[in-house]
Ligand binder design. Sequence first.
Ligand code: FES
Length: 407
Amino acid sequence: MMKYGYDKSKLKGLGVKPFLDMENVRNKKIEEAGDSLAQAVFNSNILASKLHPDVQYCLVKEVIDRGNAKSFVLVPDKESGTESLSYFRAGQYISVALEFEGNAVCKPYSICSSPLDALCDDSSYMITVERNKTGFASDYILDNWKPDSKVMVSGPLGDFYWTGLRDSENVVAIAGGSGITPFYSMACAIADGIEDFSLTILYGNRCFDSILLRIELEQAALRSRGKVRIVNVLSDEMRPGCEHGFISSEIIRKYTDLEDCTILLCGPRAMYSYEDTQIPLLGLPRRRVRRDLFGEYGDPTGDSLYPVLAKGKTFKITVIMRDKETVISCPSEMTLLCAMEKAGVHAPSDCRSGQCGWCRSRLESGNVYVPSSMDGRRMADEKFGWIHPCCSYPLSDIRLEITELKA
Ligand code: FES
């Protein structure tokens, strides 16, 4: 075995006696060591893969009918190799893998249960899916997932959770429709003693009967020792104990200490558009207002900044993936990601909202339109031709290189 040597006389002058025997100590250790390979898997890596698995195999344990929506309780599919589900922070989402008309797609859904449920021996997640007039994935899940269906989901993702370093201890949540799901998870986490902040939920719905998870929210508020408060805001119905109208700046002011608060938003696009006119009236610093994923943007051709010349056209997209080129077509109102999925090109995606960066790809040539509210790119990405296909619409023929590939 090779010995390591050095000139000890140089160290003597420095008076560093403890180092003088270093060579002997090191050589002894080397001689004592076995011939087997060094440990290849470290505990920190094992923990990291438990907390951030690429994929989790699940079974649908229970389906709860909620009128226009259903909740699905997912448990680990041990037969397929998932022993327990990964822990999550209240407010995070999972990306659900679906096979739709022979093509693979991923759709994000907020986890709608307490993080405590993921820590139990019988770990579980719940997601709540609402029927959607424009999308296809939600309807597919609602119509096809039954008890014992096998499903594949990602590890917990996203940063839409409370953290004391960033957020105030007084959180005001503005929710619309199924946008209540991350806030229900936060309410449960507070009630279970996992999170410690005050949460006021301003929950917008058309009428009292359409309030999703109403009883469950009330129960979480009751268990929360006064830390969770629910205010229902009904647009189409006047009802004692509820606010009437939309969640306006006046209603937000009424329930918020504007000196010390964080505002979190999650809801449909129409709600975000309305709140974009109301929240600036509160004069809060930008860091005090955060919003969850937008979800897919839909047809952008009506945007005021959309270049009208591209409207109604279909473009040729050359996708380069693992050195293989595939030519597909993409209408101007469709994202590049959707066009690839429709054509059977398995491109990576998670959030479908321009936020996670998982679909980040290189635009070799051509031009795209990216709605400003979806553009999560860094300046350097924009400058050097990187785009997120999940929120990029073609304005010309395009060559696109997919660089990030999921295992
Ligand atoms: S899928 Fe998240 S940025 Fe595109």
